[in-house]
Design a protein around this ligand. Structure first.
Ligand code: ADP
Ligand code: MG
Length: 348
């Protein structure tokens, strides 16, 4: 991935530039380190099986807003987004650790609620909570979760295995979580100082649920195993389709063509987008937090998706040689470069 030369600041580099820089300065030495920085999770050899390890940091005011995010949902989501990275390696979660920084404003009941959500997600996805760390915080709530999963070595799927002409698939509709966030933000602004109003959420349950309580796609991993399809590359959609596609393209040394009309977008997402005069395709491309799986498969494997009933899988485009670039084919038939908005995390 390209980095600005002589980058002067974090803003120049962006989040992914910074990660690339750290990766470039880091070497691994142990034979058991199969994959270090650069995928959804690290891969470690543990005897006959491989373990995957992934970690996420959630900061109050950056990643969540407690005025509209109930603590139980927050706990659930914090685990869910980590497990999503485990599934994105085609692995299954086994253990998590949870570290929290808590300020004095929190009650014991609040922390109980947070852990209720954490335990619920653990139960649903078969992970054990096995440790963590606890500290006071001066700056609101901080949650850091590490998830450990396992897989047979030959089942693990990286971001870099896509081949030209592979079909690009996504496991569900995109842009809903972003539209849910817009709705929550709008109602927060409307209700500020107006304690007697009720928020106008009617008809929008779906996008609120996608924002507040995402589910990692364990069912898709089970289905892929059942129909004996091993994706050539895979990752989860946390930063938006554009950004994730560019990761797969760059890691695999390829380009891609994605058809705007094939990108799945739910009608509730479209309704909300209409209401606030926003292009729903932009929400799908750049919104993020969908936690669907984005993967590439060999063309010959595509028919296996129809062989038994299973989750809807949407084919949205195909991989090309690198010199063809990474492009979106719009409804009108013109081509536009895919741009990763998710890379500007440090921009002011
Ligand atoms: P995801 O969106 O799938 O969670 P990230 O973009 O957060 O992935 O991370 C991409 C890769 O960079 C992962 O391998 C992750 O472990 C690594 N990474 C992210 N931040 C750091 C850091 N501060 N130091 C070392 N590695 C990092
Ligand atoms: Mg990921």
């Amino acid at each position: 991935m390209e980095q600005p030369k002589n980058a002067a600041s974090l803003a120049d580099l962006g989040e992914f530039g910074l990660i690339d820089r750290i990766a470039g300065q880091t070497q691994t030495h142990n034979q058991s380190t199969i994959r270090g920085i650069g995928d959804d999770a690290a891969v470690i050899c543990a005897g006959g099986r491989h373990q995957v390890v992934t970690t996420d940091l959630l900061l109050e005011g950056i990643h969540f807003d407690l005025t509209y995010c109930p603590l139980k949902h927050l706990g659930y989501k914090a685990v869910a987004v980590n497990l999503s990275d485990v599934y994105a390696m085609n692995a299954r979660p086994r253990q998590i650790t949870v570290s929290i920084g808590v300020s004095a404003k929190f009650t014991l009941k609040a922390i109980d609620e947070l852990y209720e959500g954490i335990r619920l997600a653990c139960e649903r996805y078969g992970a054990d909570l096995v440790g963590g760390d606890t500290s006071t915080s001066l700056t609101g709530l901080t949650i850091s979760i590490t998830a450990i999963g396992e897989a047979e070595p030959d089942r693990i799927v990286y971001r870099n295995g896509a081949r030209p002409n592979d079909i690009i698939c996504v496991s569900g509709d995109l842009g809903a979580a972003y539209m849910g966030l817009q709705l929550l933000e709008r109602e927060k602004r409307v209700l500020k100082g107006n304690a007697f109003e009720r928020p106008a959420f009617d008809g929008y349950d779906y996008i609120l649920e996608r924002q507040l309580k995402p589910e990692p796609r364990a069912d898709v991993i089970d289905f892929l195993e059942k129909i004996d399809v091993r994706p050539t590359a895979m990752m989860d959609v946390s930063d938006g389709l554009s950004s994730e596609l560019l990761h797969i393209c760059h890691s695999s040394g390829l380009g891609c063509r994605v058809y705007e009309e094939k990108i799945p977008i739910d009608h509730v997402t479209r309704n909300m987008a209409d209401e606030i005069n926003f292009n729903p395709v932009v929400a799908a491309l750049n919104g993020g937090e969908d936690y669907e799986l984005l993967f590439t498969i060999a063309q010959a494997d595509y028919q296996k998706f129809q062989s038994i009933p299973g989750p809807n899988i949407y084919a949205i485009g195909y991989m090309t040689e690198a010199d063809k670039g990474c492009r979106l084919i719009t409804q009108g038939g013109s081509e536009a470069d895919l741009v990763a908005q998710g890379w500007k995390a440090f921009a002011q």
